[in-house]
Design a binder for this molecule. Structure first.
Ligand code: 1GP
Length: 250
């Protein structure tokens, strides 16, 4: 089933999904299979792979290991179209609609379009909103954009609405990797009320409680990267939180 359809079904049915973000730069290939076995056992729904900066060239090895150890779909989440890899299943085709830098609104996308068309990857048109994280993140530095203030849910809601009206099919609220503050439930709820698209939430989710708060506020998919890198036990904890939520409400 196409991944966009899977996300839309989550939203329709009130079910939730858990995506583990793999930053290729932080992967130690010898330890990686252990994480993969754990992810498979805990029924992680997606791997997102990417980062604003990628300095190591082993994306292909990482995807090959994922295929070897799991059946979990691989979604590229790229800071640059230089990092497209055809062995993945899909790519979040991000337009950074919280920013006012044309390069990340449409410039990069023009350059990537012909390559993506040939790649056979499923392209997921995504309105990408960077939210202030309590400190400057790599994503806002590299994109040279100002994130939406953390305490302005209406700005996020109107931005998401405009993205949906422009035809973007997913909304990604991101406080950026290693955020000090996760996105507030007020902001997630405001976006939820304003758009019909599935909502992906990530950045600074480093506890099962924060994941649960995001799900209850209206996130359809929670994304966790750094938290699991720092504490691998967080993976089963968040997986259990998502399963529990689905058993209770879906
Ligand atoms: C960042 O949404 C992701 O783009 C996840 O962030 O690494 O802080 O979990 P963390």
């Amino acid at each position: 089933k196409p991944i966009l359809k899977q996300f839309e079904t989550l939203r329709e049915q009130g079910r939730k999904a858990f995506a583990v973000l793999i930053d290729p730069d932080d992967v130690r290939l010898d330890e990686f299979p252990l994480l993969l076995q754990r992810a498979e056992k805990e029924q992680v729904d997606y791997f997102f792979i990417g980062g604003s900066l990628i300095t190591q060239f082993h994306m292909g090895d990482i995807i090959a290991l994922i295929r070897q150890h799991t059946r979990i779909p691989v979604v590229l989440f790229l800071g640059s179209n230089m990092h497209v890899h055809p062995a993945a299943d899909a790519v979040l085709f991000l337009s950074l609609i919280s920013g006012r830098n044309p390069e990340y609104l449409i410039g990069q996308q023009v350059v990537a379009a012909p390559m993506l068309k040939k790649s056979g990857l499923e392209v997921l048109p995504t309105g990408y909103l960077l939210i202030d994280a309590g400190r400057q993140t790599t994503a806002s530095y590299i994109s040279n954009t100002t994130p939406i203030p953390n305490d302005k849910p209406a700005v996020a809601a109107c931005t998401a609405m405009a993205g949906e009206m422009l035809g973007l099919r997913l909304t990604y609220l991101d406080a950026g990797s290693g955020a000090l503050k996760a996105i507030t439930p007020e902001m997630i709820a405001a976006v939820r009320q304003s758009v019909e698209t599935p909502i992906i939430v990530g950045g600074g989710i480093d506890s099962a409680q924060k994941a649960r708060t995001a799900l209850e506020a209206g996130a359809d998919v929670v994304v966790v990267g750094n938290g699991i890198e720092r504490n691998p036990d967080l993976l089963p904890e968040i997986a259990a939180t998502v399963r529990h939520y689905n058993a209770q409400y879906a």
